[in-house]
Write a protein that binds this ligand. Structure first.
Ligand code: ADP
Length: 650
């Protein structure tokens, strides 16, 4: 860092004998706000935003922020701002007591005027570090509650916990001692590795916007097309969420369903979501931006159509053919498929360059991830348009190539399959989920599977010829197409155990649609019978084995994706996992995590497990991983050089 160190400077300002007034315009985040807290008064422009966002980078405000803010606005409000890192508007800052005045005019002029008006006043009480925190009623209960809350939401992140500890020091110690504590806590955060992961995420999130395609097309040379009117076809769970997300950006949307009854139900649901969203954001709902129609002709003048009908290739093909006939020339045709072949769909239209995948995640108006899937013939302008639209919708949009499952679901497959193998080998869904949740996942693999529905994967496996009734019994049940296969999920589906929606899956729920999962004794004895039938001997499986087998296979698939050019760089994969699959942000994403673990170690463990399970081909370490290790395991920002070499040799 260049310039004077912040802490002595803030002390000098605070100790000054003349009143110092901070004039805040634009952003006063982190060190900027800490500097302002050293001043005797603060005046903000009405458009200013303030906050201490350090926690989101795995740090804490270490220039006295954790000591001064609670002294100024009280412990509860300071805890909220410091542990969440959220920004506040000038108006809220005034209400909280962070600033003394808000102006719509020239902030510096207002501050000078203000300084002159207070020149006779004593400054003692204005030096925040001199003051005690306003005493809350029950300090212990307050901090206990705060600690519990952050531990629950932080899922293993250490910075929010350190923030609570630092604020506690402000409430219980004199200022100088509190500052010592702040410094100590900051030092532990620096060495935790989480700060590095969170800073990586900060930059990776921005890097994915600078997309590129194997053809050489890039974000900075591809111009997006203007979109004024959009259309959504199929108003199931996904289509409804997409309609809401589009309307909330101010676009007019034509929403199409085939049946009148479904259309009316969807209309009600979409209006409800728009109203609730508007209420939360304190704006008027935009209900009249959406028009509803049973006739596909209604999309004739849309600039962009997103198809979200059932996940069925024949149906989607038909819809694409119809759209080609109905839409005006140049309309972008997008599909929300989560795995089907974009090129095959594109080949149904006379203009395959206008076709692109926009893969949303449920619920589409909430989840931040959007995979923009380009086919072999998608034009760069069309990709640029989908990427820009995603950004307008507030999504983290990642451009990826076309393959089975794209990036996210392609990596999920070996991860889930491995979880099934772990059950065969002796684990329970609870054990596997606990290991993954302690690692920091929002949800373990079985809880997630129950939530999204076991029938989805079953349908795909049936289409692939991997599952059909009766197949799950008998000799060959655990081998398919020459590799290890687990029919466990198929067996559950045959019993109508589809997860939360049927009230039972890998867990049991109090009712169909219930959300609280409980271990299911039925499932445990089912697993025992299954193992006995197949001559499998259950062994003790520990958390480390769960993590290594599930995560390293997923990571290995990530390396293959990089090798194939389906993702341009490791940041793309990592942001997909952080924003779409509940991967803990403080662990940076699967590829970053592999680097943290050490690529040699990941390679060595994969080799170990591959030897133990030679019938699981995807455990075999991929070429790119070997090459990276052979190149001395460079840091993640230098992987692209090796990736390029490996790709050029393919
Ligand atoms: P998801 O959960 O992926 O959104 P759903 O099965 O819930 O999938 O929703 C698909 C929706 O698409 C259903 O509401 C269905 O009525 C609708 N749909 C199916 N075929 C057509 C079509 N040809 N035109 C318009 N809507 C369709």
């Amino acid at each position: 860092m260049s310039g004077p160190p912040l802490v002595p400077m803030i002390h000098a300002i605070e100790a000054a004998e003349k009143p110092v007034v901070a004039a805040i315009e634009g952003l006063a985040l982190g060190g900027g706000l800490e500097l302002a807290l050293g001043c005797h008064y603060r005046i903000a422009h009405s458009k200013a935003r303030l906050g201490l966002p350090e926690v989101s980078l795995g740090l804490l405000p270490a220039a006295g922020g954790t000591q001064r803010l609670p002294r100024l606005i009280g412990v509860p409000a300071a805890l909220d701002l410091i542990t969440t890192g959220r920004h506040v508007t000038a108006a809220e800052a005034l209400k909280l007591g962070i600033v003394d005045q808000v102006t719509d005019h020239n902030t510096v002029d207002a501050a000078v005027k203000f300084a002159l008006s207070v020149r006779e006043h004593s400054l003692n009480a204005r030096r925040i570090s001199n003051n005690l925190c306003p005493p809350p009623s029950d300090l212990d209960a307050l901090f206990e509650g705060a600690m519990q809350k952050v531990r629950q939401t932080a899922r293993g992140a250490v910075a929010p916990v350190a923030c609570v500890q630092a604020v506690r020091a402000a409430a219980t110690m004199p200022y100088t001692q509190g500052m010592e504590r702040e410094k100590e806590l900051m030092a532990t955060l620096f060495t935790s590795g989480q700060a590095r992961a969170l800073q990586y995420c900060f930059f990776a999130q921005r890097a994915v916007g600078r997309w590129s395609m194997p053809s050489g097309a890039r974000w900075d040379t591809s111009k997006p097309r203007p979109i004024h009117k959009a259309a959504v076809i199929g108003l199931g769970t996904m289509g409804r969420g997409i309609t809401v997300a589009l309307a909330q950006t101010g676009l007019s949307v034509v929403a199409v369903e085939t049946q009148e009854k479904q259309l009316m139900e969807a209309k009600q649901a979409v209006s409800g979501m728009l109203k609730r969203g508007a209420k939360r954001r304190g704006v008027a709902p935009v209900l009249d931006l959406v028009s509803y129609n049973c006739n596909l002709q209604a999309v004739a003048d849309a600039d962009l159509v997103i198809e979200a009908v059932f996940e069925d290739m024949d149906l989607k093909k038909k819809v694409f053919q119809q759209l080609s006939a109905v839409c005006k020339p140049g309309t972008l045709l997008c599909t929300n498929t989560s795995a089907l072949d974009i090129d095959h769909l594109a080949s149904q239209t006379p203009n395959p360059e206008l076709v692109v995948g926009m893969h949303f995640f449920a619920p589409a108006h909430v989840m931040k991830l959007l995979e923009v899937v380009y086919g072999s013939r998608s034009s760069p302008q069309v990709v640029a348009t989908a990427m820009q639209l995603g950004k307008k919708m507030g999504k983290v949009s990642v451009a990826v190539g076309n393959c089975r499952g794209f990036v996210g679901n392609r990596m999920l497959k070996p991860y889930m399959e491995h979880a099934f193998f772990l059950l065969e080998d002796g684990a329970t869904p609870e054990l596997v989920d606990q290991a993954l949740e302690e690692f920091g996942f929002a949800m373990g693999v079985f809880r997630m599977s129950d939530l999204s529905g076991l029938d989805v994967g079953w349908r795909v496996r049936k289409e692939d010829g991997l599952a059909h009734p009766g197949m799950a019994l008998g000799q060959a049940a655990r081998v398919r197409q020459g590799r290890r296969y687990s029919p466990l999920a198929d067996l559950l589906c045959e019993q109508d155990r589809f997860g939360q929606k049927t009230g039972m899956g890998w867990y049991q729920y109090d009712k169909p649609g219930g959300r609280v999962s409980r271990p299911d004794p039925w499932l445990h004895s089912f697993l025992e019978e299954y193992r006995a039938r197949h001559g499998l001997v259950a062994r003790r499986i520990d958390h480390q084995e769960v993590l290594e087998r599930c995560l390293y296979t997923m990571i290995n698939e990530g390396f293959r994706i990089l090798e194939d050019g389906i993702a341009a760089g490791p940041e793309d994969i990592d942001m997909i996992y952080v924003f779409g699959y509940g991967w803990p942000r403080h662990r940076g994403g699967p590829m970053f995590y592999a680097g943290m673990v050490g690529l040699e170690r990941v390679l060595e463990r994969l080799e170990h497990y591959h030897q133990a399970h030679p019938d699981v081909p995807y455990l075999q370490p991929c070429n790119l991983l070997r090459r990276l290790v052979a190149s001395g395991s460079p840091p993640i920002h230098r992987w692209r050089e090796v990736i390029k070499k490996v790709r050029s040799q393919l």
